[in-house]
Structures are given as structure tokens and as C-alpha cells.
Design a binder for this molecule. Structure first.
Ligand code: PEP
Length: 252
């Protein structure tokens, strides 16, 4: 049975002090809601505060990016080993904002994914089509391509630590949510790509999240779909009440 994963992606929000306060508030609200993994992916500077505040709770901490080299002359970058030592369990890779603003490509997404998995991290690999690509009818082709490219060279054993997030670019931070049917279909394309590469049985075990304006009002319907195994949540993960409502929907 695949695990439901509800993960917040804080993007460039929250200071270390705000992080400590937020997790202190959130922890009692989500205590015992253990039918899903609860993850907060936070800015690198917030990781020590987040790990400390989440210690002894059911909240796991993730990073928002990872470099693919182990060490060296890569000013400003952070390696998988550094994240592991800091207490990080998950890492978001290939978010559309990184693809759009920071030159992320399918190739670098693949390199980061392999480095993170080799270090023992769980990855949340993001794929998704733009509105133009959807309107041109490329959604299935693109999702399958991005998924297979991201996972090239990932072993069947490592696949157990892979979560994929289907995030239609037109739904991220826009307030426009994919319909539950569109989310289910997109997630299904991702799972089909994994099945083509690893076999249907392995693909059935992979957690595929939906992300794109998921909130307390639409989470239950999105999560009711057979292919939607959780959510990657931006805006609504910055409010303890909204994020808790999503976690509760995943525990219903
Ligand atoms: C995201 O950052 O991955 C995301 C889905 O953002 P939002 O929920 O704000 O659309």
C-alpha cells in the first residue's frame, strides 16, 4: 500500500524564529494524524530550527533543493550529505519555480534526484505542464517524458524513496486548481510512465502527489481520487489551520 504524503513547500517564506513558532503551533494540531506522512519543506536557513522544533513530533522536515555534487567549488549550494546530517528526510527537486527562474532542466533534475537518493533522502520530484503545453495536447507526453528523465538511472530499490508531485504549472500559486479529474488523470500519466520503466507492480507502490493551489476547501475531493496519494502545498502550508485541515482530509 502506498503512503499518503502531505508536504508543505514554504518557498522563500519564514525566518528561523517564525519557523520555530509555526511548528510549535502546528505540532499539537496534527498530533496523532498518522494516516499520512506530514512534511514541511523549508528554506535551507530554517532547517536547524525546523528540525529542532519538529523533534519528537510526527512532522518530518524537507529541503527545497539539493546540489548533485558531494562537495566542491559550487558557491551557495548545499549537498545531500549536508542535508542528511542536518536531520532532513525529504527534498523537493525540480519545482517549476526552479525550472522557470533558476535554469533547472530535466538533466539537472535527474542528477539531483540520483544524488539525493544515494545519500538516503526521500525525493519529491516535481513534474508538470504549462497551460500552453496543455492546450496543445502535450500533457501526457510531457508528463511521461519528465518523469522518465527524472528517474533515469534510479534503481528499483531506490524507487521506494521516490515521491513524484504532479504540479500543473498553471495551477501553482494562481488560485486555479486542477479539477479532481484533471489531477487524477495527470497523476495517472505519471504512474503509467513509472510502470513503463519499472513495471506495474512497482508503479502501484509509488506515492504520486498533486500540487497546485490545494487548500482546505478542495483537498478532500482531490485526495479522494485513486491516483492522488497526497499533496504538495505552497500557500496553504503557511497557515497552521489550513495545513492542518489538509492533513485531516488525508486522515479521514
Ligand atoms: C507549490 O509550491 O508546489 C504549490 C503547489 O504552490 P501553491 O499550493 O501555492 O499553488
Amino acid at each position: 500500500m502506498r503512503r499518503t504524503v502531505i508536504a508543505g513547500n514554504w518557498k522563500m517564506n519564514m525566518t528561523p524564529a517564525e519557523t520555530k513558532k509555526f511548528i510549535g503551533e502546528l505540532a499539537p494540531m496534527v498530533a496523532g494524524l498518522d494516516k499520512c506522512d506530514i512534511v514541511l519543506c523549508v528554506p535551507a536557513i530554517d532547517i536547524p530550527a525546523a528540525v529542532e522544533a519538529a523533534s519528537g513530533t510526527n512532522i518530518r522536515i524537507g529541503a527545497e533543493n539539493v546540489h548533485f555534487k558531494e562537495s566542491g567549488a559550487y558557491t551557495g549550494e548545499i549537498s545531500a550529505k549536508m542535508l542528511v546530517e542536518a536531520g532532513v528526510e525529504y527534498v523537493v527537486i525540480g519545482h517549476s519555480e526552479r525550472r522557470q527562474y533558476f535554469g533547472e532542466t530535466d538533466k539537472t533534475v535527474n542528477l539531483r534526484t540520483k544524488a539525493a537518493l544515494a545519500a538516503g533522502l526521500k525525493t519529491i520530484v516535481c513534474v508538470g505542464e504549462s497551460l500552453e503545453e496543455r492546450e496543445l495536447g502535450y500533457t501526457e507526453t510531457l508528463l511521461k517524458y519528465q518523469t522518465k528523465m527524472a528517474l533515469t538511472g534510479v534503481t528499483a530499490e531506490q524507487l521506494k524513496n521516490v515521491v513524484v508531485a504532479y504540479e500543473p504549472v498553471w495551477a501553482i500559486g494562481t488560485g486555479v486548481t486542477a479539477t479532481a479529474e484533471q489531477a487524477d488523470e495527470g497523476n495517472g500519466f505519471v504512474r503509467a510512465a513509472i510502470a513503463e520503466a519499472y513495471g506495474a507492480e512497482a508503479a502501484e507502490e509509488v506515492t504520486v502527489q498533486y500540487g497546485g493551489s490545494m487548500n482546505d476547501g478542495n483537498a478532500a475531493e482531490l485526495l479522494s481520487k485513486v491516483n492522488v496519494d497526497g499533496g504538495l502545498i505552497g500557500g496553504a502550508s503557511l497557515k497552521t489551520d489550513k495545513f492542518t485541515a489538509i492533513v485531516k482530509a488525508a486522515n479521514a
